[in-house]
Each structure stands twice: as structure tokens, then as C-alpha cells.
Design a protein around this ligand. Structure first.
Ligand SMILES: Cc1cc2nc3c(=O)[nH]c(=O)nc-3n(C[C@H](O)[C@H](O)[C@H](O)COP(=O)(O)OP(=O)(O)OC[C@H]3O[C@@H](n4cnc5c(N)ncnc54)[C@H](O)[C@@H]3O)c2cc1C
Length: 452
């Protein structure tokens, strides 16, 4: 008697023309993301695997796959480039990983806005916007490889958030086109607030096909590192630069000692034990920025014009946000990290308090940005000397008790991370509308556990 055909085998038989990846090593790799930054998630997720990976090239191929998965009840985990940090693209219930990177055309670029398919890499999209003097409003430091759909589904913001806030700030994402997960998939255009109901839901409540995003004017950015002997002066400079309304900027990061000592590739510019401020400022704003450097007693130890950055293909952007964590983990495997946000107006004081409280155990790396209300504050990606999961929980609790919000990066349930608790009804509605069978990334939403 023949062995029964599994749902995955049925998919292969029904859709042989799709680009299937069946090699176990590649499936294992494409089932993982950067959850290994967290020793907790690494332990929980490292053995989780899809049964197959498929890379569709057109909307018809996506529709055929979705339809067959819905009929056969096969879970789908959507993947961009897999640079997420919380096992967002790691399937907990097997099934198919739907790799979107083959679905990557630019639809159009207009003044102030662009539209593209979700699988396009952000760096690639900017190649299309730059000729008209425009760039993306906020990009993660992984912009070279990360996709537009992945930024929307799993990201927060990044370089540029000092001007435009997080991606979730109304006006940054203008609309999207999404597919329902049903035997007869529907394709729907969502605008504004409704579109944002799929943001940062880790691909659990809709398959995004296209995104329409607002653009910013692209300036020639001067990349620099300013170093200081004093923690307070460095932080004061970063805060002043972030606030200075006349200085055009794209990025301001504060790296307290000993974080700069972990950036091996920049070691010649970062004297041991220094505090550093990394920034991207419009070349036309260099003079007023240098004035601030003098006022705060800093020294500019690294300076690259936009043209030098372009020619070298090396940018300080890849030392900001969670790239700082990545570089540090490369030189010290005992480190992990936190993600936190501070109260605007109290952020400088709170950073100093946390520095004093966790001296040597939690190493301060803060990114300046505007919050959803447009106020300048900091989001920190502190490095933590990891000793135990219990101590990590205690550090998180101690921050929260002192009014510092922690977006816990050591959890794989949406509600336990940045969402910070139960999801609002309109998001649950979206889940029911776009994924009525609960097939999208099962196990990541509390009310839709694996197998429900
Ligand atoms: C070194 C490092 C630095 C980082 N820096 C930043 C940073 O500065 N800012 C920031 O916000 N993040 C940052 N991240 C996290 C991550 O790189 C970004 O959020 C990135 O935009 C994710 O894109 P991706 O294509 O890799 O998405 P993936 O990791 O592939 O996917 C992320 C989530 O989105 C979902 N998804 C993907 N495509 C779709 C789609 N078409 N429809 C619906 N859901 C979808 C997936 O299911 C998954 O849950 C960093 C990560 C690392 C490792």
C-alpha cells in the first residue's frame, strides 16, 4: 500500500511550477532570523523548521500557493530577508515559509511618495528614488538586505526616525495591497489608518503584496564620529544636535563607553574608553554642527562626505540601531541586548539614572528620534552582560519600575513584545478578516495558538 501523501507533498504535486526550496540545510537557514541575539529566544527557537520554502515571482503564483495552503490547511510564515530579531519568520508549526524576495518590482516613484512590491530590498528601492532627489523616510540599519514588507511587518523605524518618527507615525505609510488567506484569496487595498493595522504584526494578520510609502528629500549626508572623555558632555551634545532645528540630519546615536570599544572595524577612530556620537548631518549643516562639537568639548575623529561614502560603499548607518548590537556580539559572545524607550523631556536624566544603576552591566547605546507625538526622545538598544534569564528579567523589571519602557526583545509572542499587551479589537478584526483559518505564522498571537 502506498504511504499517504502529506499536505506538503500535495502542494508540490499541485504546484510544480513554483520555485520550491527543499534542501534541508537551506530550509533550516530560511526558517531562522536574528533571534540568536537573545539567548532566551535562541534556546526556544533554534530547532524550529518549515517543511518547505517557496519563492513566488508573481501575484498569480502567490495566489495559487495561498489558495492551496488554505484548502490543505498548511501554515504559512511570510519571510522578507529574515533580518528580524524575534523569530518573527521562524515557523512554530512547520508548513511553508513564503519567501517574498522574488516579488520585488517598483510600481512608481512620484514627488514625495513611492509604491513597490513588498519583497523589494530597501536599498534597491532607494536606487529608484535617488534620481529624483528622494530617499526613504526611515530605514533600518539592515536596509541593504531588508525588504519593504519585512520593515512594515516586523520593523520599527531607524535611520531617519529623528525626523519622521517611527514607521507607525501616520503619513509614513500611505497604503497597501494585501491578500486574504482563503481558498479563494481576495486582494484588498487599505489606506492610512486601516493599513497600519497590519504594521508590526509579524505577518500574522495579512499578506502584504504592495506598499505605498512617503519619501523624504535626500541630502548629501556627512557621516561623522565625535568622541568625548565625558559621558555627560557626549550625551549633551547628542541631545543638542538632535534638538537643533536648523541642523538638517538623518541620524544621531549616542554610544557610551565601553560600547565604542566593541566596534572593531572603527577602532582607529575610537580611542579606547571614549564616549562617541555617530551622526549623519547634511553637508550644508557641517559648520553649525562643528560649533556644537566645540561647545561640548568633543573631537571629530571620523568624517566622510556623501561622495566618499558612496565610493567606499561603507556607511556608518551600518553601525547604528541593532547593527551596534551585531558588531558587539561579534567581539563578545556573552552580550545580549534590550530595547527601551524613554520619556521625552526626561530622557537625558533617565539615561544618566540607568547608567548609574547598572554601571558596567548594561552598556548604554541610545538612538535619538521623534516619538509618535513628534517629540524628541531616545530609544535605546543597550548591550547587556548576560548572566542568567532571571537576572535579565530583573533588569527589565527595574527599568520599568523607573518609568523606562522596555519593548522586550526576548519574547516571540506579539503581545509580549513592543505591542505591550492585548491587541485592540480592530487588529483582531483584521486577523479574522485576512486570516480566517489562523494559518499565518501560527503561535505568534496569544489567542491563536499553534493548531487552533
Ligand atoms: C543587525 C540588525 C539591525 C537592525 N536594525 C533595525 C533598525 O534599525 N530598525 C528596525 O526597525 N529594525 C531593525 N532590525 C530588524 C529588521 O532588520 C528590520 O525590521 C527589517 O526591516 C526586517 O526586514 P526583513 O525583510 O528582513 O523582514 P523579515 O525578518 O523577513 O520579516 C519580518 C516580519 O515581517 C513579516 N513580513 C515580511 N514580509 C511580509 C509581507 N509581505 N506581508 C506581511 N508580513 C510580512 C514576517 O512574517 C516577519 O514576521 C535590525 C535587525 C538586525 C539583525
Amino acid at each position: 500500500m502506498n504511504a499517504p501523501v502529506s499536505p506538503i507533498e500535495r502542494l508540490h504535486l499541485e504546484l510544480p511550477e513554483l520555485d520550491w526550496i527543499t534542501d534541508p540545510g537551506r530550509i533550516a537557514r530560511l526558517s531562522q532570523d536574528f533571534a540568536w541575539f537573545s539567548p532566551v529566544l535562541d534556546r526556544q527557537l533554534k530547532d524550529k523548521r518549515a517543511d518547505a520554502v517557496v519563492r513566488p515571482r508573481s501575484e498569480d503564483e502567490i495566489r495559487a500557493l495561498v489558495s492551496a495552503c488554505a484548502r490543505l490547511n498548511v501554515p504559512i510564515t511570510i519571510r522578507g530577508s529574515g533580518t528580524g530579531n524575534y523569530g518573527q519568520t521562524t515557523p512554530l508549526a512547520g508548513g511553508v515559509v513564503l519567501d517574498m524576495t522574488g516579488y520585488n518590482a517598483v510600481q512608481w516613484v512620484h514627488p514625495g511618495v513611492a509604491r513597490a512590491q513588498a519583497g523589494i530590498r530597501l536599498g534597491e528601492l532607494e536606487k529608484h528614488t535617488k534620481p529624483s532627489g528622494q530617499e526613504l523616510r526611515c530605514v533600518p540599519s539592515t536596509y541593504r538586505s531588508a525588504t519593504l514588507g519585512g520593515l512594515f511587518g516586523g520593523g520599527f523605524g531607524g535611520v531617519g526616525s529623528i525626523n519622521y518618527g517611527p514607521l507607525a507615525a501616520p503619513g509614513n505609510v500611505l497604503g497597501l495591497r494585501a491578500m486574504t488567506i482563503e481558498p479563494e484569496p481576495q486582494v484588498v487595498e487599505l489606506r492610512g489608518e486601516e493599513a497600519l493595522r497590519m504594521h508590526h504584526l509579524w505577518g500574522t494578520n495579512g499578506l502584504v503584496l504592495e506598499l505605498e510609502v512617503a519619501l523624504a528629500p535626500a541630502h548629501p549626508w556627512l557621516e561623522s564620529l565625535v568622541v568625548f572623555e565625558s559621558f555627560d558632555e557626549a550625551l549633551g551634545f547628542a541631545d543638542a544636535l538632535a534638538h537643533a532645528p536648523g541642523i538638517v540630519k538623518r541620524e544621531v546615536a549616542f554610544l557610551a563607553s565601553p560600547v565604542p570599544d566593541h566596534l572593531a572595524q572603527l577602532a582607529e577612530h575610537l580611542p579606547k574608553g571614549c564616549h562617541a556620537v555617530l551622526s549623519l548631518v547634511a553637508e550644508s549643516s557641517e559648520d553649525p554642527m562643528r560649533q556644537l562639537v566645540r561647545t561640548h568639548g568633543g573631537t571629530m575623529n571620523y568624517r566622510k562626505t556623501a561622495e566618499e561614502v558612496r565610493k567606499s560603499n561603507r556607511t556608518l548607518m551600518e553601525f547604528t540601531w541593532n547593527h551596534t548590537t551585531l558588531h558587539a556580539l561579534k567581539v563578545d559572545k556573552t552580550l545580549t541586548y534590550l530595547q527601551s524607550s524613554f520619556v521625552p523631556g526626561r530622557h537625558v536624566q533617565q539615561i544618566k539614572e540607568m547608567e548609574a544603576l547598572f554601571d558596567g552591566e548594561v552598556l548604554m547605546h541610545a538612538e535619538f528620534l521623534r516619538n509618535l507625538d513628534g517629540l524628541i526622545t531616545c530609544s535605546a538598544l543597550q548591550l547587556v552582560r548576560f548572566t542568567s534569564e532571571e537576572r535579565l528579567d530583573e533588569i527589565i523589571r527595574m527599568h520599568r519600575e523607573r518609568g523606562v519602557r522596555i519593548n522586550n526583545p526576548h519574547v516571540f509572542i506579539v503581545e509580549d513584545g513592543k505591542a505591550g499587551g492585548a491587541l485592540p479589537p480592530e487588529i483582531i478584526e483584521m486577523k479574522k478578516r485576512f486570516d480566517p483559518q489562523g494559518l499565518l505564522n501560527p503561535g505568534k498571537l496569544r489567542d491563536w495558538p499553534v493548531g487552533k
